[in-house]
Design a protein around this ligand. Structure first.
Ligand code: SAM
Length: 260
């Protein structure tokens, strides 16, 4: 049995394994926040994982880790799930079976994703569930967020459920500073789905306080754990790819050096 308390010194623990193998081994009521950005069964290329389950198997699998996630949460905890618009209904239904829906956050990006025979997509969603009605929500954190990347004050521009102020990360010549590149002439990204740390900081900041435990599922680039580390939260990271785990470790070690 893994005890979150063991994280004290290093402040994070990485499991290079499948979520479905690790979650059943973790302790009930031990986690403050879970953030999940799962593969969406869209035949995308991940290191070591084929993103092509049968439709009905995929939803059974989704239900398995959502159920386990709610078991692991403390009564005051929250579960945030990132989802594309096509899976929003299914994820909301499954999440509401085990937890309490609080918000659907629309993350609206400036750079639309083009689609043949469809309107180009300009947003994706974050589903925010709590385990009980008595959950942690630190609204005052919004003030700090403004100071991070805007001159505007909280009372001038409060944050609602549509987030338009955080651009997606891009590769190539325009790659933002935090984007992990493979190296080479083309500035190709190591993580095609790398999420911006500032977005995860908002989620971590409103749902946890210092030293709380954040569970980063399907961690990929580890954006959530980097945010947790910067904000002095402990994190448990689960990612099936060794290549990705090594890079997450490298990203987190940079902050280790800065803090200890
Ligand atoms: C869409 S990416 C997540 C993006 C991430 N949130 C970020 O900020 O960069 C999905 C990740 O899930 C991992 N993965 C796929 N199946 C998994 C499983 N069963 N258990 C753990 N990780 C898995 C893939 O290797 C991939 O890195």
């Amino acid at each position: 049995m893994i005890k979150a308390m063991k994280l004290k010194r290093k402040s994070y623990k990485i499991y290079n394994d499948k979520v479905e193998n690790i979650l059943p081994t973790l302790k009930t009521n031990s986690i403050d926040l879970i953030v999940a950005d799962p593969p969406f069964n869209l035949k995308k290329q991940y290191d070591g994982y084929k993103d092509n389950m049968k439709k009905k198997d995929y939803l059974i699998w989704v239900e398995e880790w959502i159920y386990q996630g709610f078991r692991l949460l403390k009564p005051s905890g929250s579960f945030w799930i990132y989802c594309p618009t096509n899976l929003l209904g299914a994820f909301q239904l499954i999440g509401s079976k085990y937890g309490i829906w609080q918000n659907t956050i629309v993350w609206k990006y400036a750079n639309p994703i083009s689609n043949r025979k469809r309107f180009p997509k300009t947003w994706s969603a974050w589903l925010f569930f709590s385990k009980t009605e008595d959950f942690n929500f630190y609204y005052e954190f919004f003030e700090t967020i403004d100071s991070l990347h805007s001159h505007r004050k909280h009372y001038e521009k409060p944050i609602y459920d549509v987030w338009e102020d955080i651009p997606k990360l891009v590769g190539g010549y325009l790659a933002q500073y935090e984007v992990v590149l493979k190296g080479g002439k083309n500035y190709e990204r190591m993580f095609v789905y790398q999420l911006p740390v500032v977005l995860l900081k908002r989620i971590v900041g409103v749902c946890t306080k210092e030293n709380d435990v954040v569970l980063d599922l399907f961690a990929h680039s580890g954006a959530c754990s980097v945010a947790s580390k910067i904000m002095n939260r402990r994190s448990i990271i689960v990612e099936q790819s060794l290549l990705y785990c090594d890079e997450i470790k490298r990203r987190l070690q940079r902050y280790d050096r800065a803090f200890f």
